[in-house]
Write a protein that binds this ligand. Structure first.
Ligand code: MSP
Length: 525
């Protein structure tokens, strides 16, 4: 039986078009999803847009548009960008989808029937930017620390969610890693929040926000936008909002959804700004609904640009299209994933991107590929064909070149199973350097034809190693991997269909394979 792997990304607010922060989460999730598909896991990868709430209502007004018209446009732009970037999400959820709205209404009814939603009054400081109530002590100079605006004092009748019911249970589940929060430092941060403050009941409906899902029992209230948004992780799988029920009609053509086999997620990826709500309100809602909790929340850092917070007011927001225009789709994916250790903040700039692009991709991977293919073609013309080797160790000028690939694959798989995505990518780049060194030391272009058997072996080692590099690169840079396979005389579609355990063994490349020349993979900037 194949394992299942359900990975989620946050659904992004459509008050703004995607920037590299959103793109980073999505690209990292895509690489992980592709890896899990490659190793044969039954994988589902979710993406979508968060389209309700005061923030979006205000934004639509600014543009002189009706909210629906506005969210349609921005959501379409998100979907377009993810397509451009080769994102392989298995579904795209919009919180304005009728099926989603119906499920949210059902879910709220269940939570109410379970005694977790009651009528109350809420007075507090509300930040529209966060769509959250803030505590006085969280403010800096009276302003929201994230949005630098003064929160408004709200006092209104509201339906409350009895989150306090779940404080103790959740604390235990997080402590014991039943709900794993990683990196460890983020887990500790959440644990101290539980221990110091605990969960308090929160406002779950708004009277003055019209752009939202109407409460089924009180149409003058709309659902709290986060309550609506969290449920996307379930509704994208066809969940009805009726305890445990998944409907097959949600999106046609994907029977896997119908069984609800994917719930709960193995991994929920997000940035630190939304960890707190994901580690409190969200699991409390699931407990109220009687549904299993996600296995793991993984939190990454923030993107800074030239040492500054990325923000519209500073004017330093980088959009994915700027990167794609300059570095191509795979260049963009590479630069984002390798910009930091997953979990840490990263400080980027176009200068740094240029340097890394030239060093790792143009001079590194691109040059190696071009050199290897050109050499194989030249040898063939001289009558020297690849000679299959066993991929064993070889001594060249005192250096040992160990062509055995099993250990390398084990490390690669272990790193990715452990969400150490940048380390896994680094490992592939080390293989690129290894092969570059091998070529430099063996100097096959200087060897005489009478050593043709050895020459043939060197060529085979190079080409077969390149095949492995492409296979490892596929989750990160699918188009590049496929181009390399194509030049190695392989059909990319067939390669992906092959049994992974077999393709990652040494010797997959046939000696008669037809090598093709490639145009530069990554022209220098
Ligand atoms: N709509 C909510 C999420 C609901 S999920 C049930 C939301 N949307 S958002 O558009 O504001 O995006 C938040 C997410 O965008 C973060 O978790 C992160 O994935 C990404 N990022 C936004 N800005 C970022 C940076 N500057 N750097 C890195 N990622 C950041 O919150």
């Amino acid at each position: 039986m194949n394992k299942k792997f359900y990975i989620t990304t946050p659904i992004y607010y459509v008050n703004d078009k995607p920037h590299i922060g959103h793109t980073y989460t999505t690209v990292v999730a895509d690489a992980l999803a592709r890896f899990h598909r490659m190793i044969g896991d039954n994988t589902f990868f979710s993406a979508g847009t968060d389209e309700h709430g005061a923030k979006i209502e205000t934004k639509a007004k600014e543009f002189g548009k009706k909210p629906k018209e506005f969210v349609d446009e921005v959501s379409a732009h998100f979907q377009f960008m993810w397509d451009e970037l080769n994102i392989s999400n298995d579904g795209f959820i919009r919180t304005t989808d009728e099926k989603h709205k119906e499920a949210v209404r059902n879910a709220l009814l269940i939570m109410k029937q379970n005694g977790d939603i009651y009528l109350g009054k809420y007075k507090g400081l509300y930040c529209q930017g966060c769509e959250q109530f803030l505590h006085e002590k969280d403010l800096i100079d009276g302003l929201c620390p994230d949005h630098r605006v003064k929160p408004e004092l709200l006092s209104e009748e509201t339906y409350m969610f009895r989150m306090s019911n779940y404080s103790d249970v959740l604390l235990k589940k997080i402590e014991s890693d039943e709900l794993k929060i990683r990196p460890e430092s983020r887990k500790n941060e959440i644990l101290s929040f539980y221990k110091n403050e605990g969960l308090k009941d929160i406002s779950f409906s708004r009277k003055n926000v019209k752009w939202g899902i109407l409460l089924p029992w009180r149409a003058s209230h709309t659902a709290y936008v986060w309550a609506d948004a969290f449920l996307n992780y379930l509704t994208i799988l066809g969940w009805n909002g009726i305890e445990g029920e998944f409907s097959s009609s949600y999106q046609k053509g994907d029977a896997r959804r119908a069984e609800g086999v994917f719930w709960p997620p193995e991994l929920q990826l997000m940035s630190k700004d939304i960890l707190r709500v994901h580690a409190t309100i969200w699991p409390a809602m699931l407990l109220s609904l009687g549904l299993p909790l996600p296995k793991q929340i993984f939190v990454h850092g923030f993107f800074m640009v030239d040492g500054h917070k990325m923000s519209k007011s500073i004017g330093n927001v980088i959009r994915p299209e700027e990167l794609i225009n300059k570095y191509g789709v795979d260049g963009t994916r590479y630069l984002l994933i390798s910009s930091t250790t997953l979990g840490r903040d990263s400080d980027v700039s176009f200068n740094k991107f240029d340097e890394k692009f030239n060093a790792d991709l143009a001079n590194g991977l691109g040059n190696l590929t071009a050199r290897s293919l050109a050499l194989a073609i030249k040898m063939k013309k001289a009558g020297i064909n690849p000679v299959k080797t066993k991929g064993s160790a070889e001594k060249i000028n005192d250096k040992i070149f160990d062509h055995r690939v099993d250990l390398m694959w084990e490390s690669f798989i272990r790193l990715l199973n452990n969400t150490e995505i940048d380390k896994a990518l680094e490992l592939v780049m080390v293989q690129v350097k290894f092969l570059d060194n091998y070529l430099t030391l063996t100097k096959p272009w200087e060897m005489e034809v009478d050593k043709s058997k050895y020459l043939g072996q060197v060529i085979y080692n190079v080409l077969e190693r390149l095949r492995h590099i492409a296979l490892m690169l596929w989750p990160f840079m699918p188009e590049t991997a496929e181009r390399i396979w194509y030049c190695l005389g392989l059909n990319p579609t067939d390669e992906m269909k092959k049994d992974f355990k077999k393709t990652r063994e040494w010797g997959g490349l046939k000696i008669k394979t037809k090598i093709k020349k490639s145009s530069p993979l990554f022209p220098r900037i």
